[in-house]
Design a protein around this ligand. Structure first.
Ligand code: RB5
Length: 150
């Protein structure tokens, strides 16, 4: 699976750790930055290109990190076709994909440790959308918001 990862300074250390672990685990990873620790950088500059790549199919799923995960989730969800959420528990990492078709997982580099983050990322990447009718129906209602028909 080809995935993308992005962070600002708030998650730079965690991004570097996850990048290494993902590659060791056999994932093809596109690194959308930050490529160095710059305390003055801005999460949209990295998260938006990642989100656009997910929508374009250039990467299948994304991992977006900032200090808390909040900014990453807010801006990723502004890109039409993105279903991003802050995930800090194992259950939601799986169910967010199975039920809600989450395609970007967001985490806080200042709020989650590397071992938990790695578990969450693996869980997110190995989960599959259920295709259940009730979830398709709900996602259709969400998608209609993006298309302006609701
Ligand atoms: C940057 O210091 C911090 O505000 C940012 O990484 C993130 O936590 C925003 O949600």
């Amino acid at each position: 699976m080809r995935i993308g990862i992005a962070t600002d300074h708030g998650g730079f250390g965690l991004k570097e750790e996850l990048l290494t672990q993902l590659r060791v685990a056999g994932y093809e990873v596109v690194d959308f930055g930050a490529h160095c620790l710059n305390p003055n950088d801005d999460y949209p500059d990295f998260v938006i290109p990642l989100a656009r790549a997910v929508v374009a199919g250039e990467v299948e799923r994304g991992v977006a990190i900032c200090g808390s995960g909040v900014g990453a989730a807010v801006c990723a969800n502004k890109v039409s076709g993105i279903r991003a959420a802050i995930i800090h528990d194992h259950f939601s990492a799986r169910q967010g994909v199975e039920d809600d078709h989450m395609n970007i997982i967001c985490m806080g580099g200042r709020t989650v440790g590397p071992a938990v983050a790695w578990d969450l990322v693996q869980t997110f990447l190995t989960a599959e959308f259920s295709q259940a009718e009730r979830h398709l129906r709900r996602l259709g209602k969400v998608a209609s918001l993006e298309s302006g028909s609701q």
